[in-house]
Design a protein around this ligand. Structure first.
Ligand SMILES: Cc1cc2nc3c(=O)[nH]c(=O)nc-3n(C[C@H](O)[C@H](O)[C@H](O)COP(=O)(O)OP(=O)(O)OC[C@H]3O[C@@H](n4cnc5c(N)ncnc54)[C@H](O)[C@@H]3O)c2cc1C
Length: 513
């Protein structure tokens, strides 16, 4: 399959608007050239995993017409518990989703997950949501999809993207069934084996899988005490298998695979038994599997996140081993960074380089995550050298600063985008703080910029169609005023209106007077 197909002439040259989608921001011109289908959507998203669903919702906050194409007809059958980390929890709070999500997960202290080195959570982490939330991935996927649909995104299941062709005005997307749909932009959120990335020809650079791990849920044929004793012993010897009770006699089983295989093919129960016998000395009588899967330790990063009108986000742009539980978090945060920028581009007010700041900001963040997972994988090795480094790091993590630094890295609250010279907070996210109306994050639900003005002299003026203004001299902030982007990062700090206007125009485009 290749992306260079010719779009069929459309029998209908009017714009096909979806009635569930909000008002279109500007008059629509169908692609020039009589043989192109009309631009039916602003954005097509390939893949409705957490990244695609989050992006669709972010775009809908700005009335962008979104179609999400999802290959699968049904949600995944395997129930993997994933960790949502501090920054993602903050983003959920910023969009009014956190309370709903908390009902479905279990809170744990935000510590002890760097290379599974057991240390208590560092003191005074700088967040109102300084914990980890364990939640089944199908549940978070469902909640984000529901959020996107509630906001008016159209999601079609059982529709795989098979090809596309981009031109000056848009992208014609071909589905596996031969149907064509056209939009202004296409975003590949279609996971690690992304069709969109492959068709774009963007390099996916790094290390392929060297090892694989089997993971599944099944019943066991030995008493619970015996498993607990073996797991305690396992902890001492650092053998990398794992049986954890999952309720009703079902165990979650993780064990290294015999080798690197075809991951499109799920493993079978015999693979698990064989590997448990080889590594643990017994297969624990495992039987009656609920689901079985395998994952690898490939560490790969897309060279570019954008080629013209096609962009990549989430696992489509980066994959790495699941150590530290960061992949879903990283993808959702990509979506948060991209959503408002792409919406600005479509609404016509984006400054010229705004969309390119997506790659400039997020590519280095992914590089960093890939690096920390490489380091963690080394620390999990059973070889004497890495084990010695692990012992040393374990000792060093008794220093609060070291422990804190590693947790801030994994939970993504250490990110500072390069917005130029300025105070340390410039480019960082602002934590949720108390303001007159309650919580700061409660004012960010609509995905707009926010001027938090403690001087009571400043105004968002001609940008007030995109930026809200909160004058609050008592806000719990040790600075005169800050301008927040819709993703909650600090774009400006100061007290001078001219300087503020310059920064409003840098991030929010031309003023509407
Ligand atoms: C064992 C394990 C544990 C993990 N634990 C954690 C954790 O604790 N925390 C964490 O943050 N991350 C964790 N992850 C990683 C996390 O699961 C992924 O990073 C996350 O699912 C990526 O989301 P995504 O939306 O980018 O891609 P995906 O979840 O892969 O979604 C992509 C979607 O695109 C669809 N698709 C594919 N091709 C097409 C096509 N051609 N057309 C249309 N649709 C298509 C797919 O069906 C899928 O629904 C773990 C991963 C593993 C393997």
């Amino acid at each position: 399959m290749h992306s260079q197909f010719t779009a069929e002439p459309s029998s209908n040259d009017t714009v096909d608007r979806d009635p569930t989608v909000g008002d279109v921001p500007e008059p629509w011109s169908p692609a020039s050239g009589a043989n192109r289908a009309p631009l039916m959507f602003d954005v097509i998203i390939a893949g409705c995993g957490p990244t695609g669903a989050m992006l669709a919702a972010e775009l809908r906050l700005h009335d962008v017409r979104v179609l999400v194409l999802e290959k699968e007809t049904e949600p995944a059958s395997f129930v993997r518990i994933v960790a949502l980390h501090i920054r993602s929890l903050e983003l959920m709070a910023m969009r009014g989703l956190l309370d709903r999500i908390l009902q479905h997960g279990r809170q744990r202290p935000a510590g002890g997950f760097f290379a599974a080195i057991t240390k208590p959570a560092p003191k005074d982490l700088d967040s109102a949501h300084a914990y980890l939330l364990g939640i089944p991935q199908p549940v978070i996927n469902h909640l984000l999809e529901e959020h996107a649909t509630d906001l008016g995104a159209q999601i079609r299941h059982g529709c795989a993207v098979a090809g596309f062709e981009q031109d000056d005005e848009g992208v014609t997307v071909e589905l596996a069934n031969g149907e064509q749909v056209r939009s202004r932009y296409l975003i590949g959120c279609d996971g690690g084996r992304s069709t969109v990335r492959k068709l774009l020809g963007v390099g996916f650079l790094g290390e392929p899988s060297r090892t694989e791990t089997l993971m599944g849920e099944m019943e066991v044929g030995v008493p619970r005490d015996e498993i607990a004793a073996r797991m305690a012993e396992n902890h001492e010897t650092h053998k990398r298998f794992w049986l954890r009770p999952f309720g009703e006699g079902v165990y979650s089983v993780v064990v290294p695979a015999a080798g690197v295989g075809d991951r499109a093919e799920p493993p079978n129960l015999e693979d698990f038994k064989q590997q448990l016998r080889a590594i643990a000395g017994t297969d624990f009588g495992v039987h009656s599997p609920r689901w079985l899967s395998r994952f690898g330790d490939a560490t790969l990063l897309a060279e570019r996140y954008r080629v013209g009108r096609v962009l990549l986000a989430g696992d489509a742009a980066h994959i790495h081993p699941p150590t530290g539980g960061q992949g879903l978090n990283l993808g959702v945060q990509d979506a948060f960074n991209l959503g408002w920028k792409l919406a600005a581009q479509i609404r016509g007010w984006a400054p010229e380089t705004l969309l390119d700041t997506y790659h400039a900001e997020r590519h280095p963040v992914a590089e960093n995550v890939l690096d920390n997972t490489r380091a963690q994988m080394e620390l999990l090795s059973t070889e004497p050298g890495p084990q010695a480094v692990r012992r040393l790091l374990t000792e060093l993590m008794d220093f609060d600063e070291v422990n804190r630094r590693l947790i801030e890295k994994i939970t993504a609250i250490d990110i500072r985008y390069d917005f130029g010279e300025g105070p340390d907070l410039l480019g960082r996210r602002l934590r949720d703080i108390d303001v007159q109306q309650g919580h700061l994050y409660g004012l960010l639900h609509r995905g707009r910029g926010l001027l938090l003005d403690r001087t009571e002299r400043l105004t968002a003026g001609d940008w007030s169609d995109r930026v809200d203004c909160l004058a609050d001299p008592n806000a719990l902030l040790d600075l005169p005023s800050v301008l927040l982007r819709p993703d909650g990062h600090v774009a400006w700090i100061g007290d001078d209106q001219h300087d503020l206007d310059d920064h409003l125009s840098r991030w929010f485009g031309k003023a509407v007077s």
